[in-house]
Design a protein around this ligand. Structure first.
Ligand code: HEC
Ligand code: HEC
Ligand code: HEC
Ligand code: HEC
Ligand code: HEC
Length: 371
């Protein structure tokens, strides 16, 4: 045992000596090695940026967007900071509500409707940033027959329909009457302003009397985007990112498709000259004007002061009148009649959104009002 201990001690002494030897002065430096191969060039600081900034196609869309009312201040400044309005009036509010999967945003987030509202701009800094935030089916706010139903506006059209739809219409349930209240000259009971999505699908319309038999809308199978963002090469101030559309421009688009032998979507309109005349739209517009005059005569319709307003703004601002600003009971059919007028007039497509049901409802209103 003693021998083993002294053996270990001497081994340890040798190890310590060996370690001390390594700390001696350095020898001369060796020759330099050969250079390694160069790495790949890095991306220039702005390469991702010029995919879009300075790109002619994107610039054209920015130019078209300047013509659209979407980016104008009025739609968001007036409703700034109001979460209940933000999903449709604030660009960032729309993006937030879509991300949350809720009808309205949580925050009172404020900003105009811009490229980032609909597209995921500045996420990956490449072309995938033009993906739309919303392409899946949506639930309509006002769809009393089937509130949970998911309605598909053909992919991209869901982006439009999420904003262009009626707000919830809260009618009270007193038998036969709506209690109309208001300290102002009108009540906001009604479909809000633009309700193309309801007209296209014929959902949530507050029809007076017995409902009209529903006829299939041939335009329900066409996306909002196909018509409103189509390309009329004769008029770049319609379609594309202006989002504006007229019957005349649709006729130009169809004429070009026929010339190119690909008028597959609009086979009912094989005569673009006839379509350009807009016969249906003119007749519907004339009838709506007669209905309006009759509703004014019956003291049912509140008309905003027209000073400084465009015709579209006057129509948008029309509501059920509250005589003397006092609460009153309005027969449900009368209230529905005014709302039916609101649906067909504030939609402003004069039948293009639903060429069967809009003229049918207009005819029904005319008969009921003795026109
Ligand atoms: C996928 C396309 C795309 C790419 C890539 C892109 N941008 Fe943009 N950027 C846009 C669009 C669209 C706007 C909004 C233009 C408008 O509304 O006039 C914008 C706006 C801007 C603005 C104005 C402020 C703002 O946020 O609205 C700045 C600054 C900007 N970009 C910088 C950059 C830089 C720097 C890069 C590269 C690192 C870049 N962008 C890459 C599309 C892009
Ligand atoms: C479901 C989406 C939606 C919600 C929520 C919404 N709006 Fe709107 N609103 C619209 C659309 C779409 C238009 C434009 C319709 C058109 O031009 O056809 C509009 C138009 C208006 C206009 C008329 C603008 C004009 O040019 O005359 C006013 C005022 C308005 N909204 C106020 C409000 C207020 C206040 C709230 C919240 C209490 C609100 N809106 C909530 C979709 C919405
Ligand atoms: C109201 C929503 C909305 C706004 C705001 C909007 N876009 Fe779009 N954009 C769309 C839709 C919808 C499409 C798809 C059109 C289609 O399917 O034909 C689209 C398509 C595009 C495309 C083609 C993408 C592709 O994959 O081919 C580009 C580029 C584009 N937008 C750029 C812009 C720019 C730049 C702005 C801002 C000036 C802008 N958009 C604002 C809705 C919008
Ligand atoms: C974030 C909500 C929102 C989305 C998304 C949206 N809109 Fe609008 N849109 C509005 C509001 C609000 C107005 C009213 C602007 C005003 O009158 O100041 C409007 C106005 C319009 C107008 C009439 C005003 C004009 O510029 O002449 C058309 C047409 C229109 N939208 C079509 C579309 C189409 C098509 C889409 C889908 C590609 C779409 N909108 C997507 C909110 C939206
Ligand atoms: C079949 C083609 C077509 C489809 C599909 C369509 N629209 Fe239209 N839309 C039109 C035409 C045509 C007008 C009338 C324009 C005119 O008379 O100047 C119009 C009018 C409008 C207006 C009023 C514009 C103004 O300047 O007064 C809005 C807002 C609108 N459409 C939104 C939509 C939305 C949202 C959808 C989808 C839910 C949709 N449209 C689907 C063709 C279409």
């Amino acid at each position: 045992m003693k021998n083993l201990k002294s053996l270990l001690m001497s081994l340890l002494a040798v190890a310590v000596l060996a370690l001390t030897a390594c700390t001696g002065p350095e020898g001369p430096a060796g020759k330099d090695g050969t250079n390694g191969t160069s790495g790949k060039d890095g991306a220039a600081g702005t390469a991702g940026c010029i995919t879009c900034h300075g790109n002619e196609d994107v610039d054209m869309k920015i130019g078209q967007y300047e013509m659209s009312m979407h980016g104008e201040g009025a739609v968001w400044i007036e409703e700034a900071g109001r979460a209940a309005c933000g999903a449709c009036h604030q660009g960032a509010g729309f993006a937030e509500a879509v991300a949350l999967g809720t009808l309205d945003p949580k925050s009172s987030i404020t900003g105009p409707i811009d490229c980032k509202t609909c597209h995921t701009i500045h996420t990956k800094y490449d072309n995938t940033d033009f993906a739309l935030r919303l392409t899946s089916a949506i639930q309509l706010r006002e769809n009393d027959a089937n509130p949970a139903e998911k309605v598909d506006f053909k992919g991209a059209g869901n982006t439009c329909a999420r904003c262009h739809q009626a707000r919830i219409i809260n009618r009270n349930n007193a038998a036969g009457f709506d209690t109309i209240s208001g300290t102002t000259g009108y009540t906001r009971l009604g479909p809000h302003y633009g309700m193309a999505a309801n007209i296209v699908t014929w959902k949530g319309i507050q029809e007076f009397g017995a409902a009209l038999p529903e006829q299939i809308n041939p335009h329900a199978s066409i996306s909002c985007v196909t018509c409103h963002m189509g390309l009329d090469t004769a008029n770049l101030a319609s379609g594309g990112h202006t989002f504006k559309m007229t019957t005349a421009s649709l006729a130009n688009m169809i004429a070009k498709n026929i010339k190119d032998g690909k008028n597959t979507g609009c086979v009912c309109h094989n005569d673009p000259v006839a379509l350009a005349k807009g016969t249906l739209g003119k007749a519907v517009a004339a009838d709506i004007a007669l209905i309006r005059a009759k509703l004014i005569e019956k003291n049912f319709l509140y008309i905003p002061d027209p000073t400084g307003l465009t015709t579209a703004q006057i129509i948008l601002g029309e509501y059920i009148k509250v005589p003397d600003g006092k609460k009153f009971a309005m027969p449900k059919d009368d209230a529905s009649m005014v709302m039916d007028y609101q649906f067909v007039s504030k939609d402003r497509s004069n039948g293009a959104h639903n060429p069967k049901m809009v003229p049918a409802l207009v005819a029904k209103l005319k008969t009921a009002l003795g026109i």
